[in-house]
Design a protein around this ligand. Sequence first.
Ligand SMILES: [Mg+2]
Length: 414
Amino acid sequence: MDIADVRGYALSSPIDPVQERPFHGGVRRLRKRDVVLVVVETRDGRQGFATAGASSSAMREYFEGDSQGTFADVLEESVADALEDESIDEITDAHDLIAETNLPAHLRTEAISAVDVALYDIRGKELGAPIYELLADEYGTEPTTEMPLYASAGMYMEPEGYVEQAEALEELGFFGYKYRPGIGPDGDRRTVDLLADAVDDIEIMLDVHTWWKLGEAYGRDTVRELVAHAAERGAYWIEEPVEPDDHAGYVELAETGAPLAGGESEESPAGLVELGETGAVDFLQGDVRHHEGFTGCRDAIEYCDGRDVEFVPHNFGTWLGLQANAHLVAAAPDVRLLEYPVFEDDPALDETAVDPGMYPFELAYDIIEGQPAIEDGHLTVPDGPGLGVDVDLDVLEEYPFVDGPWTEFHYDDE
Ligand SMILES: [Mg+2]
């Protein structure tokens, strides 16, 4: 592949009016969601696509504020300099070229992730094959193109609100309902109890994404007690119950016997494997958009294969990112489940009594032509060449970048 051009487009999907979500000890404001659309073009005119920045980790959201817009500049400057006019035999050659830039480590990783996905898209288009076929060849597997989805929604609501969402998503056939607690220890405990009583066919996952830790709102003992309680009430997993780099904290909580999940915030493929090696997590959550693409997720997938830990991709963002992770699930050994973020007015889902969407994120849908094939809580991966989706470039006009952080936290004691 002769690389002619690398471009990045920072886009914003406004949340209008701005939403305020009270949590224990403060309030969170949601203003917009940012996405960087990455386009790599070869000399023979083929284009490969990827997204970046649609979901930075919980910690990055909090500590780094607005890093999305500038990532488009990183692509058009350092990354374009490193790749343009280069001839790439193996996709990993592009990893090596980006690794030689003097970008900070986390930006190199983010850039490698996006370029890896875009180059697989191009390679698939060259060969006339979907990415899952290329990956299945690499892994020596038979692809499974239909996969169960778990729904990712609920953020700081009254306990009854979570229950309404879970019931709607159960009706739609989703494998699981993952929600974000954080309304206070009593409310969080009550939510778990109400959910356990209300639903039968849908698994319940808690995405704690460290809120229990931030601002020292919950003490360690409370966290341990809540984790144990959720496990007792049958939670399928409890995700990021401590800060992402607190591997010792994971190990301590695993002693309760509760099923734990984590990995999305790991800053490298090696970090993902290290979290797996602690033996503390039952579910390891790599993401092609953050862990060096299809190539980078491979070490963690191979680590999990045959062990008592399941690789379940973290997936939070647009339908383009969804399809990228879906190709991985289709091909990777022992990987079967995919996260499906539910936003308001999702056109791919049937109507339910209550809209289970988290907030509006129109760009998540509009970035591709058509919509994913979802039925009864299962996604069928598109079988066209590459990612198998057409990007709708009208979004470049329709979703101009809006400056500033997408979300803000305000604490009561500030
Ligand atoms: Mg999460």
